[in-house]
Design a protein around this ligand. Structure first.
Ligand SMILES: Cc1cc2nc3c(=O)[nH]c(=O)nc-3n(C[C@H](O)[C@H](O)[C@H](O)COP(=O)(O)OP(=O)(O)OC[C@H]3O[C@@H](n4cnc5c(N)ncnc54)[C@H](O)[C@@H]3O)c2cc1C
Ligand code: FES
Length: 269
């Protein structure tokens, strides 16, 4: 059977926003009907294809916030308005909530962008969102100004050097926010895995549900190659993740410890 979203469609870059020194948002002229937490595979012909979380899909445009960290993302950063890429997807699981809930988000690095997309959807469902974000310095913060514009979102900023908001790790700020609120229904996190581990530990201590975006090396994106399988349960994280409930994450042997590179070698965090 032909599954349509496994074939790339051509997308044109409509706009590029330089968010900070490392991250650009690419606005593509297509919608793939993605939900917050899902990802797409972006293909640059004769280069490679890589997974990126959706930072917005509004039915007309697809937004991707991409950090320049290596050869592929660097090639993305060289694209100009009018250039084309191939896009497959959406793939994977999404963040979920129920109407009127009180939610706490923890984002670090590019992880703030997909959480912004989820905040956009959650407040439309009458939820209140405590949006905790962190960065080394103020100028590396991502999507905080956009999140502040959403009615129903309270933004809590942490910077390692104290240049904005709370001085210290965003995980410490999250703990303060969650314990002071006392009625948080669920914690959602996307970003560096060590940060996510702290959020998972907090969720266990405070007996709060959590949904965690578990990222592993992905090639096919739809459960065929086996490259993204997690240790412990062995499930492909491109199909049963990236967003996993806390219970499932606690069964993983690799969570917060290591991931694997493209040939399966362990890389410790
Ligand atoms: C579900 C998912 C969502 C992601 N969302 C985003 C996002 O929104 N924004 C963003 O900037 N990055 C995102 N990434 C990470 C992004 O895919 C990698 O940073 C990118 O592929 C790096 O490629 P590179 O050639 O630039 O760098 P490389 O030097 O090749 O890699 C740098 C690091 O990126 C990771 N990486 C490389 N290739 C892959 C791959 N095929 N699958 C998973 N990780 C890889 C590895 O940890 C590697 O150490 C996401 C990854 C996953 C799995
Ligand atoms: S990326 Fe191929 S099985 Fe998940």
């Amino acid at each position: 059977m032909l599954i349509l979203n496994t074939l790339p469609v051509a997308a044109t870059v409509k706009a590029i926003v330089q968010e900070n020194e490392q991250v650009k948002t690419f606005v593509l002229d297509i919608s793939v009907g993605a939900q917050p937490g899902q990802f797409v595979m972006v293909w640059i012909p004769r280069m490679d294809e890589k997974p990126f979380s959706v930072a917005m899909d509004n039915g007309k445009e697809l937004h991707l916030a991409i950090a320049d960290v290596g050869p592929f993302s660097h090639a993305m950063h060289q694209l100009k308005v009018g250039d084309q890429v191939g896009v497959r997807g959406p793939f994977g699981t999404e963040f979920t909530c129920e109407k009127g809930q009180h939610l706490a988000f923890l984002g670090g690095g590019y992880g703030a962008a997909p959480l912004y997309f989820f905040a956009y959807k959650a407040v439309a469902m009458g939820c209140t969102v405590e949006f905790v974000v962190g960065a080394r310095r103020k100028d590396l913060l991502l999507y905080t100004e956009k999140a502040k514009q959403l009615k129903g979102v309270n933004v809590h900023v942490a910077t390692n050097d104290g240049s904005e908001g709370f001085e210290g790790f965003n995980t410490v700020l999250l703990e303060k926010v969650v314990t002071e609120a006392t009625d948080i229904d669920c914690i959602y996190t996307c970003g560096p895995e060590i940060m996510q581990l702290k959020a998972a530990e907090l969720a266990v201590r405070e007996n709060v549900e959590a949904q965690i975006s578990v990222e592993r090396y992905m090639k096919c994106g739809f459960g065929v190659c086996g490259n993204c399988c997690v240790d412990g349960s062995g499930v492909p994280s491109c199909v049963e993740g990236p967003v996993m409930p806390l219970k499932k994450v606690l069964e993983l042997r690799d969570f917060g410890k290591y991931h694997r590179d493209k040939v399966g070698h362990k890389k410790y965090f």
